[in-house]
Design a protein around this ligand. Structure first.
Ligand code: ADP
Length: 250
C-alpha cells in the first residue's frame, strides 16, 4: 500500500508510521527525519534547511522534493510506503502525484489524523527522543523521566532523552499556524481525489493503531504486532531513524 498520513504536528503520524513499518515492513518516509539527518550530518542541504526548521517554518520545496525524489527512487519502496510529514502544501502534493504517476504507483489512501489543539500542544511539549535509538517518548504520559523502565536497544543502558529544538512553545505556535495555512488545504485536495479517510487520533497508541488499520482495511493484525507493541507510556515506537534510507551523498 502507498499511504500518506496527514495531520498537525503532534498528531502521531510518526508513531503510527513507525508502527506500520515494524508490523508490515512498509518503509516509513519522514521528511522531518530525513531533514534532521541532513542537519546532523552537516550536509549543505542540512545547513540550508536548519534555519527554517528552527523557526518552525516549512523548508523550501526544492530541498524537500529533492530528498523525496531520491527516496522514492530506492528499491525498497516498490512494495509500498508510508509518507509522514510529506506532502505539506499543495505544491508538494502536486509534485508527489506527478512523481508517482511517472513510477506508475499512485497513492492508495490518505489518512487525516485528527487531534484537539490543546492535546497537540501537550503532546509536543512533552515529547522526548532517545539520542541513541531514536525512540520517541512523552513525559506527560510516562511519568517523571519520560522513558519506561526498559534498556535502550542500541546502547543497552537507559535511554538518553533530549527535547527537539523545535519543540519549544514559540516554534510550536508557528508550526501549528503553518499547518493551518499551508497543510490543511490538502484535506480538500485529497478529498476530491477520493483518497481521504479521517480518524480520531486521540487516546492510546494502540487505540489509534486500531482505528488507522480499520481505515486502511488492514484490521487483522499480524503476529509480529504482538511482539512489537509499544511499551506503556511511550508516545510512539522508534522513529527518527529511517533505517531503510539508503546512504547516499546528497
Ligand atoms: P512535526 O510533524 O512534529 O512538525 P516533523 O519532524 O514532521 O515534525 O518536521 C519538523 C520540521 O521539518 C518542520 O517544522 C519543517 O521545518 C521541516 N519539514 C518536515 N517536512 C517538511 C516538508 N514536507 N516540507 C517542508 N518542511 C518540512
Amino acid at each position: 500500500m502507498r499511504i500518506v498520513l496527514l495531520g498537525a504536528p503532534g498528531s502521531g503520524k510518526g508513531t503510527q508510521a513507525q508502527r506500520l513499518a515494524q508490523e508490515r515492513g512498509m518503509p516509513q518516509i519522514s521528511t522531518g527525519d530525513l531533514l534532521r539527518g541532513a542537519v546532523a550530518a552537516g550536509t549543505a542541504l542540512g545547513t540550508r534547511a536548519k534555519a527554517a526548521m528552527d523557526a518552525g517554518r516549512l523548508v523550501e520545496d526544492a530541498i524537500v522534493l529533492g530528498i523525496i525524489a531520491e527516496r522514492l527512487d530506492a528499491p525498497d519502496v516498490r512494495q509500498g510506503f508510508v509518507l509522514d510529514g510529506f506532502p505539506r502544501n499543495i505544491e508538494q502534493a502536486t509534485a508527489l502525484d506527478a512523481m508517482l504517476a511517472k513510477l506508475g504507483q499512485p497513492l492508495d489512501a490518505v489518512v487525516l489524523m485528527e487531534v484537539d489543539r490543546t492535546e497537540l500542544v501537550r503532546r509536543i511539549s512533552g515529547r522526548r527522543t532517545c539520542r541513541d535509538c531514536g525512540r520517541v517518548f512523552n513525559v506527560s504520559t510516562a511519568g517523571g523521566s519520560g522513558a519506561p523502565d526498559e534498556a535502550c536497544p542500541k546502547e543497552g543502558g537507559p535511554h538518553r532523552l533530549f527535547q527537539r529544538p523545535d519543540d519549544n512553545e514559540h516554534t510550536v505556535a508557528e508550526r501549528l499556524k503553518v499547518y493551518d495555512e499551508k497543510t490543511k488545504p490538502l484535506v480538500e485536495f485529497y478529498r476530491v481525489q477520493g483518497l481521504l479517510r479521517t480518524i480520531k487520533a486521540e487516546g492510546s497508541v494502540l487505540e489509534v493503531a486500531k482505528r488507522l488499520d480499520a481505515a486502511l482495511g488492514i484490521s487483522k493484525r499480524p503476529a509480529i504486532a504482538r511482539r512489537h507493541r509499544p511499551p506503556a507510556g511511550a508516545l510512539s515506537a522508534p522513529r527518527a531513524r529511517n533505517r531503510s534510507t539508503p546512504k547516499r551523498s546528497r
